[in-house]
Ligand binder design. Structure first.
Ligand code: COS
Length: 383
């Protein structure tokens, strides 16, 4: 996109956030649902197609552009992002990165319009951080695969038209080598969904188990058509997803720091506004530093990703820093609001709970630390 078109698009998203999404936050929280009128607006604006290449009808955003739009969107409660998040990110990107021409032609135009919602099915009851130990099996029978297993905490499963599913095509091979990624249409016989999970926050986002009981898929459903490459596809998708999650953190950081500053400048105690007390200023300053460092790291990592550099370490560093930093910003926001920060009507306590998940999904902070250190050691050994 040229700069002018992009700026106009970002302004449209900004208006959507201010005029529609923020005013509906309480409704979403109370009903645990994103109203259809808002989902339709998000769809009409093309937000489901942010990352789909233009040749397939999407907006074809670079990672830097996607991050800027997601940052804008996530000034509103981050549950809105979760509606489009799996289709923009982890659910679709396996096909974008590694799919065959036929697979891309079949699915990407539907993701671009939001007609089809994509979901990412990696995690299992016994395979969370240790994704390579997943147990779902896909056993070859002639020209097809028979799939059995359970996937857990799958975001957007009830809304999904299709899953990117990781399953073990070589059950005798331990670890990541025997895993393949499948395109699994949600209406395939043998799929059942568990009850919606009850969560700490992010009301309106839906996750549940996906149970696969003798699900049969043609061999042509393997992403890229070659078995055994699914773990690498999942890892590449997650590298990219980690930049996206950092953009979510940055958007919420903007919102929380804005609220903190506004409140501190209005609220009076001891005869003056609390913003004039140095201990409150220290919290505001620390949050600003946290925000600026997410922003700076985001700019550099997204640009290097767009330039085609291998930036797994940096993606993990960014996701780790951004999710921890927004956690601190949310915690300080509660503190600056004081008693009001603990009360639901001021929303700060809700956002505090919402951002807690950022340190967990798409790889916990501890997994990001591991990836960073492993990459450092590998580079030193190779030098
Ligand atoms: N890009 C491309 N390939 C990658 C990769 C990446 N970012 N990371 C790993 N790989 C490849 C490795 O090169 C290796 O290939 P070879 O066997 O050919 O050398 C293979 O994948 C296995 O890598 P590794 O040995 O590092 O895998 P591990 O099982 O030790 O685990 C972690 C890797 C812990 C990083 C992985 O399991 C992980 O990311 N876990 C968190 C999962 C997660 O984020 N879950 C969130 C649920 S989805 S919302």
């Amino acid at each position: 996109m040229d700069t002018e078109t992009f700026d106009l698009f970002r302004d449209t998203v900004r208006r959507l956030v201010d005029e529609r999404l923020i005013p509906a936050e309480d409704e979403v929280e109370e009903t645990d649902n994103i109203p259809a009128r808002i989902a339709d607006q998000i769809r009409e604006m093309g937000l489901f197609g942010l990352s789909v290449p233009e040749e397939f009808g999407g907006l074809g955003c670079t990672m830097s552009e996607e991050a800027a739009i997601i940052r804008e969107l996530c000034r509103a409660a981050i549950v809105y992002r979760s509606l489009i998040g799996t289709t923009v990110g982890i659910g679709s990107q396996g096909i974008v990165m590694d799919g065959t021409d036929e697979q891309k032609a079949e699915w990407l135009p539907k993701f671009a319009t939001g007609e089809a919602i994509a979901s990412f099915a990696l995690t299992e009851p016994e395979a969370g951080s240790d994704a390579g130990s997943l147990r779902t099996t896909a056993i070859r029978e002639g020209d097809s695969y028979r799939i059995n297993g359970t996937k857990r905490y799958i975001t957007n499963a009830p809304r999904a038209s299709v899953f990117t599913l990781m399953a073990r095509t070589e059950p005798d091979v331990k670890g990541s080598a025997g895993i393949s990624a499948f395109i699994l249409p949600a209406d395939t016989p043998g799929i059942t969904l568990g009850k919606p999970d009850k969560k700490m926050g992010q009301k309106g986002a839906v996750t549940c188990d996906v149970i696969l009981d003798d699900v049969v898929l043609p061999a042509s459903a393997i992403i890229g058509g070659v078995p055994g490459r699914g773990f690498k596809t999942a890892m590449k998708v997650l590298d990219r997803g980690r930049i996206h999650i950092a953009a979510v953190a940055l958007g919420m950081a903007d919102r929380l720091l804005g609220m903190s500053l506004e409140y501190a400048m209005e609220r009076k105690q001891f005869g003056q506004r609390i913003a004039d007390f140095q201990l409150v200023q220290a919290m505001l300053a620390d949050s600003k530093v946290d925000l600026l460092t997410i922003e700076a790291l985001m700019r550099s990592v997204a640009a290097r990703f767009d330039a085609g550099e291998k930036v797994s370490l940096e993606c993990s560093a960014l996701k780790y820093h951004a999710s921890e930093a927004v956690g601190r910003i949310a915690d300080r926001a509660v503190q600056i609001f004081g008693g009001a920060g603990y009360m639901a009507e001021y929303k700060v306590e809700r956002f505090y709970r919402d951002v807690r998940l950022l340190r967990i999904y798409e790889g916990t902070s501890q997994i990001q630390q591991t990836i960073i250190a492993k990459n450092m050691i590998r580079a030193a050994e190779a030098a």
